[in-house]
Design a protein around this ligand. Structure first.
Ligand code: SF4
Length: 334
């Protein structure tokens, strides 16, 4: 796929603990095209953040990538040396974290932190770097950027700090921006502004974005394509419109049904029963079987594979192995 900028094949990231190996990510296959916004969704504990940290080689001990490939423009990042990763992080692939206050250093000014990021990756003078920092703060819509550059993170509101984080991630014009729950800690109006800003940057700079979230509203608004993760694997993938209109995996269907709809009156909101299994606790079969309303005997014995289900969608579910059973799901999704 020549317009593919990132391809993840069979990625496995495990945590090697005293009580055994915990497979947080256990065979993830994903791809990202140039200029595309890909949403990765799923409940907490599905492996979304560990996947993104693996791309950056930022998984902390005792976590370790134990298998698979992460191809960035054809270069395998799994085996890249730390020196090479330092050239890639921030410069080629930027990352925005959930809570900006934990990512910004409270004892340095905004300007210092931005200028440092610029100088690490560019051979320009300090003065030029400062100008670039101010330019970037303006680009992310921060008011009075000339003064703000000399202020400290605690002097800014949460929304402003998140804009600074986006400015830091975008300052070296990365080819990929990974945003891990970038708006979770913000109120809804600021959230809408930040999402709008990311969309604008994507259009203007053609930066590919991976948006990690548990919020289906955010992916519907932002993303071209969606990968749904469950228990360390991608269980469904497809373009946003098709996936929302016609989910092909019972988990995706459950997630969509769990979103409250203001147009319909319900006594009780829908929720998927049970919770995400502890990684490694299920030894065979489909990991969603305990929570799945369609589960049958095979599901508890044999792990399903990711299958092409038409319309550009792929789903990891035995229902799609026979047409009759797939109809069950189709019928129930309308
Ligand atoms: Fe449900 Fe079986 Fe499909 Fe798993 S494989 S999602 S248990 S129907």
């Amino acid at each position: 796929m020549e317009d593919t900028i990132l391809e993840i094949k069979g990625l496995k990231t495990h945590f090697l603990t005293d009580s055994g190996q915990i497979p947080a990510v256990n065979g993830v296959d994903l791809h990202l095209k140039k200029g595309e916004i890909l949403g990765i969704v799923g409940e907490s504990g599905c492996g979304k953040s560990v996947t993104s940290l693996s791309i950056m080689q930022l998984v902390q001990h005792p976590g370790k990538i134990v298998g698979g490939e992460i191809l960035f423009n054809g270069e395998d990042l799994v085996h890249a040396k730390e020196k090479r990763m330092r050239q890639i992080r921030g410069n080629k692939i930027g990352m925005i974290f959930q809570e900006p206050m934990t990512s910004l250093n409270p004892v340095f000014t905004i300007g210092n932190q931005l200028i440092e990021a610029i100088l690490i990756h560019n051979k320009i003078s300090k003065r030029e770097a400062r100008m670039r920092a101010i330019e970037m703060l303006n680009l992310v819509g921060l008011p009075r950027a000339n003064e703000l550059v000399d202020e400290y993170p605690h002097q800014l509101s949460g929304g402003m700090r998140q804009r600074v984080m986006i400015a830091m991630a975008m300052v070296c014009e990365p080819e990929i921006l990974i945003a891990d729950e970038p708006t979770t800690a913000l109120d809804v109006t600021i959230q809408a502004q930040i999402l709008e800003l990311m969309k604008k940057l994507n259009k203007e700079t053609n930066t590919s974005i991976i948006m990690i979230t548990h919020d289906l509203g955010v992916v519907a608004e932002m993303c071209d394509r969606i990968a749904v993760m469950y228990s360390g694997k991608v269980v469904e993938e497809g373009d946003t419109k098709s996936l929302f209109k016609n989910p092909q995996h019972p988990y995706t269907k459950g997630l969509i049904e769990s979103v409250p709809d203001v147009r319909t009156k319900k006594d009780r909101l829908f929720s998927i029963p049970g919770s995400v299994p502890i990684p490694g606790s299920i030894k065979k079969g489909c990991h969603f079987a305990e929570r799945c309303p369609y589960a049958f005997d095979t599901c508890r014995e044999v792990a399903p594979s990711l299958l092409d289900v038409g319309n550009g969608q792929r789903a990891r579910c035995h229902l799609h192995e026979t047409e009759a059973k797939a109809t069950l799901l189709q019928g129930a999704s309308h």
